[in-house]
Ligand binder design. Structure first.
Ligand SMILES: NC(=O)c1ccc[n+]([C@@H]2O[C@H](COP(=O)([O-])OP(=O)(O)OC[C@H]3O[C@@H](n4cnc5c(N)ncnc54)[C@H](OP(=O)(O)O)[C@@H]3O)[C@@H](O)[C@H]2O)c1
Length: 233
């Protein structure tokens, strides 16, 4: 399967994993639309779509500007170190709005834009949606919710006879700017992690996404757990 002639909307294509995805999909001759706040940071060739995913109204407005789609990659996300015992509830709210509510709303909005033969929704989840690291806090709660949303959506579509496929990728550490925010106040720990582990790169995740998106139409890859070979948990 090729991506030639396909249109993919990628949320958070201005940085990290989303940027690598946008570059790779364009190399595969897909048309790429990038939905984010800082559209000036989108890779060349990507059609910019301005929107803050923490604001439902901005998601609605953004999708009104899109006329057809084959692929939605729900990639945008925020990660704060925000423990349940001491964390700032405003950070919980922000993570919930973007990582879960925004993701689910983008999925709902994309359905009417897909062809009758079905589209493909790929959610970028996390290993933190499979096990809770001791410092995982509210971030892990949002990624467990992404796993539930992914599976619920898949089941609803099957029950409705909708051929749209739903997939997810659950990465461990990927070296992107997100980690600088997640490790704020724990910079030494991040440095130690970077020194002792060869982290995944955004390109590793993009290659995995391409494998999922180009699987034969009768194959739906549901989740890929992917970690650095150096990452123990
Ligand atoms: N890095 C890791 O170790 C890791 C591991 C597992 C899972 N993940 C997941 O991978 C995904 C991508 O993360 P990354 O590491 O590539 O992070 P990143 O480099 O920080 O990029 C995050 C992207 O999300 C967008 N974004 C953030 N807040 C937004 C908002 N309110 N509205 C619209 N877009 C927003 C940003 O765009 P703007 O700022 O331009 O809006 C940016 O393009 C996330 O879902 C993350 O949870 C990352």
């Amino acid at each position: 399967m090729t991506l030639k002639g396909k249109t993919a909307l990628i949320t958070g294509a201005s940085s990290g994993i989303g940027k690598a995805l946008a570059i790779l999909l364009q190399e595969q001759q897909a048309e790429v639309i990038g939905l984010c706040r800082n559209t000036s940071q989108l890779p060349a060739g990507v059609t910019p779509l301005q929107g803050d995913l923490s604001q439902a109204g901005e998601i609605e407005n953004a999708f009104q500007q899109v006329h057809s789609l084959d692929i939605l990659i729900n990639n945008a996300g925020r990660a704060h170190l925000s423990p349940l015992t001491t964390g700032d509830p405003a950070q919980w709210q922000e993570m919930w709005q973007i990582n879960v509510h925004g993701l689910a709303l983008c999925a709902q909005k994309s359905l009417s834009l897909f062809p009758e033969t079905g589209g493909h929704i790929l959610n970028i989840s996390s290993m933190s949606g499979h096990r809770v690291p001791p410092s995982g806090g509210f971030y892990a709660a949002t990624k467990f919710a992404v796993r539930a949303v992914t599976e619920a959506l898949r089941a609803e579509l099957k029950n409705a006879g909708n051929p749209t496929r739903v997939s997810s990728i659950s990465p461990g550490f990927v070296d992107t700017p997100l980690l600088d925010i997640y490790f704020q106040g724990r910079e030494e720990q991040l440095q130690k992690t970077r020194n002792t582990m060869q982290m995944l790169s955004p390109e590793h995740i993009a290659e995995t996404a391409l494998h999922i998106l180009t699987a034969p139409p009768s194959v739906e890859i549901n989740d890929v757990l992917i970690r650095s070979a150096d990452q123990a948990v």
